[in-house]
Design a binder for this molecule. Structure first.
Ligand code: PLP
Length: 411
């Protein structure tokens, strides 16, 4: 089987860059290559392209152009939001050592004034968020509170409300949660999360990396304070992304330099990259608007087909409130790793969970947080796609799964 015949079902890991995105960005590396900060005419041309890209990108996420901070991708955007907002709020609220140092001259101020800062995340966050929260714990003594999820990976909203109550709530700098889960595709109720957190005067960061371009995002309507997206998930080149952050939200930069991007992300801007982000997101949103129902129908057909060929297989995540092109199962009796290697040999490229978990052969952490036994969680398989699958595709995938599963369980 040649590569061209392989079925790529790992869109949640990354997507290809289309020819029109490459064509749109190329002139900003060849002809209109100037630094957008330069005052000469070529510089102003580049700056205009950057402004236009920013405006289009913001509009497609329900945001304002000034909200957009271009970054190197989802990981950087999550780091900037989680570390940057938590640190700024720590200062604002006079928490941690920052408060003690600042008011060190005040009569009677001592280390005993230390009030421990806090950050609330969910138990299913990507390492870009959870690792940033752990970093805050290591370096600034933050308490990291992880809100549990239910068996469909939905965040426990009552637990969130309780965690924000009283004295501990007053020490909370930020609530950071994802819009759509990378491993099981469940979509979280962001508006309700925001209304709970805002009732306690705590800002909310949303990791929308898996959602942008696939479900509608209305950052301002949802009253979200900051939102991270990553270009390579919706057809821009890798190493590009953005953090959308409202002017009202306190935030410290984590990169120092020339003060580009409202001083929040120094470094000469990648104009071609910004153009690619804007074009790719517009394309992805347009495609989604046109094919959403078809994509959902083909997802549900694939789910039914898998259940038919392997009755022991169990769908993970929410059957309805999930990303349109996301199918995830556990296959008791095999490991996801063995299954995906066998399927790969049959020309079906999928994943055993999150892209990060594969390299380290980890048990998919979201499944553990959902209360699935480790032995079962190890049998996870994820199939993600951006175009509707055809009946022929679905037959081919389900036949391959049936054959792989039968072969592996016979060994
Ligand atoms: N957040 C989530 C939910 C993701 O799925 C990913 C990548 O898979 C990231 C953040 C990191 O994004 P990037 O690959 O652009 O660094």
């Amino acid at each position: 089987m040649t590569d061209s015949e392989a079925l790529y079902l790992d869109a949640a890991a990354t997507e290809p860059v289309s020819r029109d995105v490459i064509d749109a960005m190329t002139p900003f590396m060849t002809d209109a290559y100037a630094n957008p900060a330069s005052v000469h005419q070529p510089g102003r041309t580049a700056a205009r392209a950057l402004d236009a890209a920013r405006a289009s990108f913001a509009a497609d996420l329900g945001a304002k152009p000034d909200d957009v901070i271009f970054t190197s991708g989802g990981t950087e955007s999550d780091n900037l939001a989680v570390k940057g907002i938590a640190m700024a709020r720590m200062r604002q609220l006079g928490l941690g050592n920052v408060g003690v140092d600042d008011f060190g001259d005040a009569p009677g101020a001592t280390q005993t004034d230390f009030r421990r800062p806090r950050i609330i995340i969910s138990s299913i966050e990507h390492p870009a968020v959870s690792g940033s929260a752990d970093w805050l714990a290591r370096w600034f003594g933050f308490d990291v509170v992880r809100i549990p999820v239910d068996g469909e990976a939905h965040i426990d909203l009552d637990a969130l409300d309780r965690a924000l109550d009283g004295e501990a709530g007053e020490r909370t700098t930020l609530v950071a949660m994802m819009l759509a889960n990378n491993e099981v595709g469940s979509v979280e109720p962001v508006e309700r999360i925001v209304s709970i957190a805002h009732a306690h005067h705590v800002p909310v960061h949303v990791d929308a990396v898996q959602a942008a371009g696939f479900i509608p995002i209305r950052m301002r309507d949802w009253d979200v304070d900051s939102l991270a997206v990553s270009g390579h998930k919706f057809g821009a080149p890798k190493g590009l992304g953005a953090l959308l952050v409202r002017g009202r939200t306190p935030i410290e930069p984590i990169i120092s330099g020339g003060g580009q991007e409202r001083g929040l992300r120094s470094g000469t801007q990648n104009v071609a990259g910004a153009v690619a982000l804007a074009i790719a997101l517009r394309r992805s949103n347009t495609r989604m608007a046109a094919h959403y129902r078809e994509l959902v129908a083909s997802r549900d057909m694939l789910i039914d087909a898998v259940r038919r060929v392997v009755p022991r297989a169990e769908l993970t995540g929410d059957p309805e409130r999930r990303l349109p092109g996301h199918v995830s199962f556990v296959f008791p009796g095999v490991t996801g790793e063995a299954l995906l290697v066998d399927l790969d040999a049959r020309g079906i490229a999928c994943s055993s969970g999150s892209a990060c978990a594969i390299g380290r052969h980890e048990i998919p952490p979201t499944l553990l947080a959902m209360g699935i036994e480790p032995q079962i969680a190890k049998s996870a398989l994820r199939m993600t796609f951006r175009e509707p699958l055809t009946r022929v595709d679905i037959e081919r995938i389900s036949l391959a799964i049936e054959e792989s599963y039968t072969a592996l369980t016979k060994r």
